[in-house]
Design a protein around this ligand. Structure first.
Ligand SMILES: *Cc1c(COP(=O)(O)O)cnc(C)c1O
Length: 375
């Protein structure tokens, strides 16, 4: 690299002032962050998209109907800052009081708000070494010290690793990108070891066969359960996430939210979210279809020479016994089948494959079979 431009870039990256007389003194006051990298959203429709854990089925029919009926004139006004219709619907669905429910712009917004609200200690927060890669990003953004705890050889979280002095605990259940599920007693084990800090259970994938930690709310006032409409409710595009916890926790999150942006939930999100929660039968039906496609995928992929974790999510975490994951990722991509590949330690042997429709999965098996046989 040559030239003053790259010199300035280096100076900025190092947090130092640019060359004397340079005009970029302000750059040293920028908040420097290493951002999260979301999965690719390729354009076009002749492709099979199994890379971001979206639901292959449309949202509940009532969502489309409410969208058609929507009154554009109502957008003139600010939305309800409490998103009351949606928090009430969620409280009723999960047998909780509205004061136990927080909603936000996707669970990323909810988790970010929870990090900012609860993880304000000098002690490090704890999360697994292999997990949702947004956790270290929020920790960096909010300057929260953190330590990771290694998963065991089978990619499982060991509850005994989450004790001792810490500033809080966060983990997904099922974990991402492994799909491994912890039982309720293991989740409770972590809570029992951490009576003095907030424990966040990120249940983005819990509806695909796991047991939610929601019943533990009755006994643990330091538990926050976070869920999303992006996966099991087929609404990644609308951006709705929610958190359930003791009124004291929810109040603290609302105080932070109202100190930043009162109107996070726009009117269409509130109305369409309510429609999704109303249709329990459709929710059960689509979740059931994905679970049965996933279980069939385990058989088919095993016949094709793949090993994998026992995923309870809407994705599989797979490794071929002889062919490197990076190679498979590239050939699948060239064939317009998109899956997710993570290059980090321990995970670079694996591909994360979202469970699609049966037809999409058949095309995946067909392609893999042909490629593996011809290699
Ligand atoms: C997908 C995902 C989220 C965030 O999803 P939103 O679309 O922001 O609701 C949070 N945690 C995990 C583990 C996820 O996989």
């Amino acid at each position: 690299m040559t030239g003053s431009g790259s010199q300035d870039a280096r100076a900025a990256a190092a947090g130092t002032a640019p060359s004397p007389g340079g005009a970029r003194a302000w750059a040293r006051y920028f908040r420097r962050v290493v951002p999260y990298v979301p999965g690719e959203q390729p354009a076009g429709d002749r492709l099979i998209k199994l890379n971001t854990n979206e639901n292959p089925y449309p949202p509940a029919p009532g969502v489309a109907e409410a969208l058609r009926q929507m009154d554009a004139g109502a957008l003139r006004r600010y939305p309800d800052p409490t998103a009351g219709a949606l928090t009430n619907a969620l409280a009723a669905r999960y047998g909780l009081r509205p004061e136990q429910v927080f909603v936000g712009v996707g669970s990323d917004d909810v988790l970010g708000t929870a990090f900012l609200t609860f993880f304000n200690s000098d002690r490090p927060i704890l999360f697994p070494d292999v997990t949702y890669s947004f956790y270290p990003v929020w920790a960096g953004l909010y300057k929260i010290p953190y330590e990771t705890r290694p998963l065991d050889a089978d990619f499982r979280i060991r509850p005994e690793d989450y004790g001792g002095a810490n500033g809080g605990v966060v983990f997904p259940n099922p974990n991402a990108p492994t799909g491994c599920l912890m039982g309720l007693s293991e989740v409770e084990d972590i809570l029992r070891r951490n009576p003095d800090v907030v424990v966040i259970v990120d249940e983005a994938y819990i509806d695909f066969g796991g047991v939610s930690a929601l019943p533990l709310l009755a006994r643990y006032e330091n538990l926050l359960v976070v869920q999303t409409f992006s996966k099991s409710r087929s609404m990644a595009g609308i951006r709705i996430g929610c958190a359930f916890g003791a009124p004291e926790l929810i109040k603290a999150m609302l105080d932070v939210k109202y100190s930043y942006n009162s109107y996070t939930m726009n009117l269409p999100s509130i109305l369409l979210g309510v429609e999704a929660v109303k249709d329990e039968a459709y929710f059960q039906e689509t979740v059931g279809k994905i679970v049965s496609t996933r279980e069939r995928a385990k058989e088919r992929l095993s016949q094709l020479g793949f090993a994998f974790t026992d995923s309870y999510a809407n994705f599989l975490f797979i490794r071929h016994r002889t062919v490197p994951a990076a190679e498979l990722y590239e050939v699948l991509r060239a064939h317009r089948i998109y899956v997710r590949y993570f290059s980090g330690p321990r995970v670079s042997d694996y591909l994360r494959v979202t469970v699609g429709t049966d037809a999409q999965m058949e095309e995946l098996y067909r392609f893999l079979e042909t490629y593996l046989n011809g290699r």
